[in-house]
Design a protein around this ligand. Structure first.
Ligand SMILES: [Zn+2]
Length: 225
């Protein structure tokens, strides 16, 4: 009799364990992040970008899946969808000597229309690389490639926060501060502050307005010297 009671108890525990796991899983909001490269030749380490995005956004119950635009299925089940145009030369390799490069300008931006934040953004690969070169130099080794991936993911996470939290507000610390320095882009770890995570979770997944060219604008992530 006692062993039957024990068996029942174990079954209940096992069941509640499965149920808890299922609830945790369903609470995650799938977010497809589509990369649309302006230049076909790029060498962004996508696994690094995916891992860093998940690290920054996972605590906000977002389950990030990175996809290249040309790899999207015809009838995709995407959940939340955000799209990034990847501008410039998206490679950690330094620009050839004499190449024109704009030393100023944003790292990334998000489109807005009539004050509404759209799920469309841009990453300025040349600005991200130039910013990193200030702390890493022009060496093009494996460490540099990894750092480039981390930096790209961080500027994207900043913009995804604006898009999915539907907020233009910045924080005093972490990846959602108003501007990111070369050191912040390349340091070992950068956090998504609690304040930003709360906004992300409060807004949840909802319908987004369609882009309207008439009233379009930008919200830019500036570089901090
Ligand atoms: Zn911002």
């Amino acid at each position: 009799m006692r062993s039957v009671a024990m068996l029942v108890l174990l079954t209940v525990f096992a069941f509640s364990g499965v149920e808890a796991a299922a609830q945790t899983h369903t609470a995650m909001v799938p977010v497809t992040v589509v990369l649309d490269f302006e230049q076909a030749k790029h060498s962004v380490p996508l696994e690094t970008v995916q891992a860093e995005l998940q690290k920054l956004l996972g605590d906000s119950k977002l389950n990030v899946k990175l996809r290249l635009r040309q790899e999207l299925p015809a009838d995709p089940q995407l959940g939340e969808l955000v799209v990034f145009k990847m501008r410039g030369r998206c490679t950690p390799a330094p620009l050839p000597v004499g190449a024109l490069s704009d030393e100023r300008g944003p790292l990334a931006m998000t489109y807005t229309t009539d004050g509404e934040i759209l799920p469309f953004g841009e990453v300025e690969c040349d600005h991200v690389r130039q910013s990193l070169e200030r702390v890493l130099g022009k060496a093009n080794d494996e460490r540099h490639t990894n750092a480039f991936g981390l930096a790209v993911a961080r500027v994207m996470a900043h913009e995804i926060y604006h898009m999915l939290a539907d907020s233009k507000a910045h924080t005093k610390t972490g990846v959602t501060r108003e501007s990111l320095s070369p050191t912040q882009l390349s340091q070992a770890s950068l956090i998504m502050p609690d304040e930003a995570r709360t906004r992300l979770q409060a807004n949840g997944a909802g319908p987004r307005p369609a882009p309207d060219a008439e009233s379009a604008g930008f919200s830019k992530l500036r570089r901090k010297p």
